[in-house]
Design a protein around this ligand. Structure first.
Ligand code: NDP
Length: 338
C-alpha cells in the first residue's frame, strides 16, 4: 500500500506543495550517502547533524510524519521552548530546521530493506529502490490503545498515552490509568505526585510489573487499584469527565468522575521491516551496542524509540538521533565513503 501517497490526501498539518515537488523529482536507482528512515525527533535530529556534516541525508517520513508528537497537545518538557509548544508545531519546527541545513525530506514509506550487501538498498512505497552507504533507522514506536471509540474521540482531550508528557495538565485532579506493567506502575507513581488521586485499572487479579514496582504502587496512598477491572467507556463529550469500568468477574459496571485517562498497556516498536535482518529483543526493540547507535550490521544505525523502551522522551530520542548521525559520519569516513 502506498501510505506516502495516501497521506498526501489525508494529512493536514504541513505543507503540500513542497512535498509534491519532491515526489516528482524522486528518481529510481538513486544512491545516497545517508538514508534516514523516520521523522520523529530522532530522525530529524539525525538529519540536522548529518546535513551539517555534508552527508546530504535523505529522510523518508513514513506513515505518520512527525511521529508520536503529532498526536500530543502541548509539549512543556522539551528544553528551548520556555512557553511550551504544541507537539505538531514542534515537529514542523524540527522538519524546517533539518531542511534549512540541507536535508532532503521526502514523503514516502520504506517498504522493504536489503542490508545483505553494500550499498544498502531500501524500497520506497513498493515502487522504487534507493541505495545508501549508511542507514539511520528512526522509525519510533507506537503506543497500544484499547480500541474504544470514546478513547479515540477524546484522545488529546484528557486521553493520553504519556503521563510524563500530559500529567502536569491535571495537577491536583483525579485521573485514571489502565495497565499493570512496569510502564503503568511508573506512570501511576509519577501521576500520584501530581494528582489528588490515581485510579488504576488492572484487568486481572495480579500485575505483570516487577515486584519492586508493584510494592511501590501498593504502598502509595493516593493510588486506588481496581483488580479484575476493564474500561467499558471513557465518559465526556469534548473532554474527559469520567470512566465507566466493568468488573470482569461479575460484569458489574460503575462510573468514576475524573479529569484524565492514561493508557499504559505497552508500546510496539516499529521494527517489523527489520525482522530477521537486524538483532532485536523479544519485544522487537532493535538492539544497539551499548553507548552507541550501532546495530549488528556495520553502517546501519538505530536511534529513538525503536531502540529505547525505557526513556521514550522526545529529548532522549533527539539525543540518540544526534549520536546516530555522528556514528554514521565516522563510519563513512573510516570506509572512505565520504
Ligand atoms: P507490558 O507489556 O510489560 O505490560 C502491559 C500491561 O498492559 C500488562 O499488565 C497488560 O495486562 C496490560 N494490558 C495489555 N492490554 C490491555 C488491555 N487491552 N486492557 C487492559 N490492560 C491491558 O508493557 P510495559 O510498557 O509496561 O513494559 C514494556 C517493557 O518495558 C517491559 O519489559 C518492562 O519491564 C520494560 N520497562 C522497564 C522500565 C524500567 O526498567 N524502569 C520502565 C518501563 C518499562 P496483562 O498483564 O493482563 O497482560
Amino acid at each position: 500500500m502506498l501510505f506516502g501517497k495516501i497521506l498526501h490526501l489525508s494529512t493536514s498539518y504541513t505543507n503540500f506543495e513542497h512535498r509534491q515537488i519532491i515526489d516528482i523529482n524522486m528518481s529510481a536507482n538513486e544512491k545516497v550517502h545517508c538514508l534516514i528512515i523516520g521523522s520523529g525527533p530522532a530522525g530529524y535530529t539525525a538529519a540536522i547533524y548529518a546535513a551539517r556534516a555534508n552527508l546530504k541525508p535523505v529522510l523518508y517520513q513514513g506513515m505518520q510524519p512527525g511521529g508520536q508528537l503529532t498526536i500530543t497537545t502541548e509539549v512543556e518538557n522539551y528544553p528551548g521552548y520556555p512557553n511550551g509548544i504544541m507537539g505538531p508545531q514542534m515537529m514542523v519546527d524540527f522538519e524546517q530546521q533539518a531542511q534549512r541545513m540541507g536535508a532532503d525530506i521526502r514523503w514516502g514509506m520504506v517498504t522493504k530493506v536489503d542490508f545483505s550487501s553494500r550499498p544498502f538498498k531500501a524500497e520506497i512505497d513498493e515502487e522504487t529502490w534507493i541505495e545508501a552507504d549508511s542507514v539511520i533507522i528512526a522509525t519510533g514506536a507506537s503506543a497500544k490503545w484499547l480500541g474504544l471509540e470514546s478513547e479515540q474521540r477524546l484522545n488529546g482531550h484528557g486521553v493520553s498515552a504519556c503521563a510524563v508528557c500530559d500529567g502536569f495538565f491535571f495537577k491536583g485532579k483525579e485521573v485514571a490509568i489502565v495497565g499493570a506493567g512496569d510502564t503503568a506502575c511508573e506512570e501511576a507513581l509519577y501521576l500520584s505526585k501530581l494528582c489528588s488521586k490515581v485510579h488504576m485499572l488492572v484487568r486481572r487479579g495480579e500485575m505483570r510489573a516487577s515486584k519492586v514496582m508493584q510494592a511501590r504502587v501498593l504502598k502509595t496512598e493516593n493510588i486506588q487499584i481496581y483488580w479484575n477491572s476493564e474500561t467499558a467507556e471513557v465518559l465526556g463529550d469534548d473532554h474527559v469527565t469520567g470512566l465507566r469500568i466493568r468488573n470482569t468477574e461479575t460484569g458489574a459496571e460503575s462510573d468514576i468522575a475524573l479529569s484524565a485517562f492514561f493508557v499504559a498497556i505497552g508500546h510496539e516498536p516499529n521494527s517489523s521491516l527489520f525482522r530477521g535482518i537486524l538483532d532485536m529483543d523479544e519485544q522487537g526493540y532493535l538492539i544497539t551496542q551499548p553507548g552507541t547507535t550501532k546495530t549488528n550490521i556495520e553502517g546501519v544505525f538505530a536511534c529513538g524509540d525503536v531502540q529505547d523502551k525505557i526513556y521514550r522522551q522526545a529529548v532522549s530520542a533527539a539525543g540518540t538521533g544526534c549520536m546516530a548521525a555522528l556514528d554514521a559520519e565516522r563510519y563513512l569516513g573510516a570506509m572512505d565513503l565520504h
